[in-house]
Write a protein that binds this ligand. Structure first.
Ligand SMILES: [Zn+2]
Length: 171
C-alpha cells in the first residue's frame, strides 16, 4: 500500500473496530488477503479455520445472521479454544451443524466491542510462526468478547460429541 492509499483508508471498521482499515469493505479486503495467503501456503493454511471463526465472531452481522451459522461458528471456536485446533472443522461439529435442530439465538456483543485484537493486528505477520501467534491472539480476543455465550457453546460441543459417539456406535 503506498502513502496515498494509506491516507484514504483512515476509516475504522464499524464492526470489529479495526483502526484505519477503510471501513467494512477495507476490512473484508484484508480478510481476503489473509485467505489468499492461507490457500497458497500450507504453513499459513493450518490457521485457516481459526481465522474464519475469529473474523466471523467479529463480524456477526455478515456471517452469523442465522442462528444456525452463529451456533456453528461459536461451537467451532469453542472447540479450537478448549479441545484443540484442527485444520478442518471437526467431524462431530460438522455433523451436528448439518443435523435438523433449532438453535438458541445468540445476541452478539456490541459493535467494536468484539475483542481488542483485530485483523489489523494479524495482517502484518512476517512468517508462519508469527502468523500463528497473531491469529491465536486474535481468536482468543474474539472468543473472550463472546464470553456470555461460552456456556451455551460448550453445551453445543458436548452435544455434538455425544451425538457423534452414538452415531458411530450404531454403525
Ligand atoms: Zn472488521
Amino acid at each position: 500500500m503506498d502513502a496515498n492509499e494509506k491516507n484514504k483508508n483512515t476509516v475504522d471498521c464499524p464492526s470489529c473496530g479495526a483502526p484505519g482499515v477503510g471501513g467494512i469493505d477495507g476490512c473484508l479486503a484484508l480478510f481476503e488477503t489473509l485467505g489468499a495467503r492461507e490457500f497458497s501456503e500450507m504453513d499459513y493454511f493450518k490457521m485457516h479455520r481459526l481465522t474464519v471463526d475469529a473474523y466471523c465472531l467479529q463480524h456477526p452481522e455478515q456471517y452469523m445472521i442465522s442462528s444456525k451459522s452463529a451456533a456453528a461458528h461459536l461451537a467451532a471456536m469453542c472447540w479450537s479454544m478448549e479441545i484443540g485446533m484442527s485444520i478442518h472443522m471437526p467431524d462431530p461439529i460438522k455433523l451436528w451443524v448439518d443435523g435438523p435442530r433449532k438453535y438458541v439465538c445468540s445476541l452478539p456483543p456490541p459493535f467494536r466491542e468484539r475483542g481488542l485484537i483485530t485483523i489489523a493486528d494479524v495482517v502484518g505477520a512476517e512468517n508462519p510462526e508469527d502468523y500463528e501467534t497473531k491469529v491465536w491472539e486474535w481468536a482468543k480476543s474474539a472468543w473472550s468478547a463472546w464470553s456470555n455465550h461460552w456456556e451455551q457453546a460448550r453445551a453445543w460441543v458436548q452435544e455434538a460429541i455425544k451425538e457423534y459417539e452414538i452415531n458411530n456406535q450404531n454403525k
